[in-house]
Design a protein around this ligand. Structure first.
Ligand SMILES: Nc1ncnc2c1ncn2[C@@H]1O[C@H](COP(=O)(O)OP(=O)(O)OP(=O)(O)O)[C@@H](O)[C@H]1O
Ligand SMILES: [Mg+2]
Length: 245
C-alpha cells in the first residue's frame, strides 16, 4: 500500500484539489484509494460532496475517544476519504496537545490500514504549515509531492526552504500564456532534478470542480487538468511502491 504525502510549498497552491483529483484518477484506474485530510481547515471533504456542516473526521474521533478511522466515508466503490473533522480553535489545541503526546500513534494507524487490506493507495493531504507532527505524518509516506506554482514567491522559497529528502516538486496552475511562468518552468527544468516531468495547467474545470464539490476528473473527464492528473496517476503507478513493511 504506497503512501503519498502531498504538501504545498506554501498555502493555496492547489494541494487539496490535486489530492482529490489524484484519488479520483487512481480510482478510475481500478485502484482502491483512501485520501486523508490532515488540515484543521477540513476542506478535502468538500471535494467529495459533503455539506459544510459535517463535523466527523479522524481528529474529531480522537478527541471524542472513538476509533480514529470510524468517520471514513465512501465516495465511490474503491474511493474513500477521511476528513480531519470540525474542531473549534480550543478543541484543536487540545487535540494537538494530546496527539503530540503520543508520537507513535500515526505509524500504528498506518499499520492498521495496511493490515486491513482495504486499500492499495493512501493519499495524505498535509497543510503547508502547521504543527511539528506534520514531520511525523510526512515521514510515514513512501513518496512526497511538494506542490508549487510558477511565481516569484515560490522561486524565492525554493532557495529559502529545504525540501524534505526524496520529495518531488509538482507544478500546478501552470499557464503557458505567462512569460514569467514559462521562464520559471524552464529554469526549474534545467536546475532542479526534483521537478516532476509533468505539470498541471491552470484550468477553469479545476476551479469549477470545487465549486460543485467534485474531483475534477468526475466533473469534467475531458478537461486538461483531468487528463494531466491521469498522467500523474500513471506516474505514481510506475514510480511509487510501498517499500515499508
Ligand atoms: N490547476 C488549477 N487550475 C485552476 N484552479 C485551481 C487549480 N488548482 C487549484 N485551483 C483552485 O485554487 C484554489 C486553492 O486550491 P486548494 O484549496 O486545492 O489549495 P491548497 O493548497 O490545498 O490550499 P490550502 O493551503 O488553503 O489548503 C481553489 O479554489 C482551487 O479550485
Ligand atoms: Mg488544502
Amino acid at each position: 500500500m504506497p503512501v503519498i504525502a502531498l504538501q504545498g510549498i506554501r498555502g493555496g497552491v492547489g494541494t487539496t484539489s490535486i489530492t482529490a483529483g489524484l484519488a479520483w484518477a487512481l480510482h478510475r484506474l481500478g485502484e482502491r484509494v483512501l485520501a486523508i485530510d490532515f488540515s484543521p481547515d477540513n476542506q478535502l471533504c468538500l471535494h467529495f460532496n459533503t455539506p459544510l456542516s459535517l463535523t466527523a473526521g479522524w481528529a474529531r474521533a480522537e478527541l471524542d475517544e472513538r476509533p480514529w478511522h470510524q468517520d471514513a466515508l465512501r465516495y465511490a466503490d474503491g474511493l474513500d476519504f477521511l476528513p480531519f473533522g470540525k474542531l473549534s480553535v480550543a478543541e484543536c489545541s487540545r487535540w494537538l496537545a494530546r496527539h503530540q503526546q503520543a508520537p507513535g500513534r500515526w505509524p500504528q494507524y498506518l499499520t492498521q490500514l495496511r493490515d486491513s487490506g482495504d486499500y492499495n493507495w493512501l493519499l495524505l493531504d498535509l497543510p503547508a504549515a502547521g504543527p511539528a507532527c506534520i514531520e511525523q505524518w510526512r515521514a510515514a509516506a513512501d513518496a512526497q509531492l511538494c506542490v508549487l506554482t510558477a511565481d516569484a514567491n515560490n522561486h524565492i522559497r525554493l532557495h529559502q526552504q529545504s525540501l524534505p529528502p526524496g520529495a518531488r516538486l509538482l507544478l500546478n496552475q501552470f499557464s503557458a500564456d505567462s512569460r514569467l511562468q514559462q521562464d520559471l518552468q524552464q529554469n526549474w527544468r534545467q536546475h532542479l532534478d526534483t521537478l516532476l516531468p509533468l505539470s498541471i495547467h491552470r484550468d477553469e474545470a479545476m476551479a469549477e470542480a470545487l465549486a460543485v464539490k467534485q474531483p475534477v476528473g468526475e466533473y469534467s473527464a475531458v478537461s486538461l487538468a483531468a487528463d494531466e492528473l491521469n498522467i500523474l496517476a500513471g506516474w505514481c503507478l510506475a514510480h511509487v511502491t510501498g517499500s515499508r513493511p
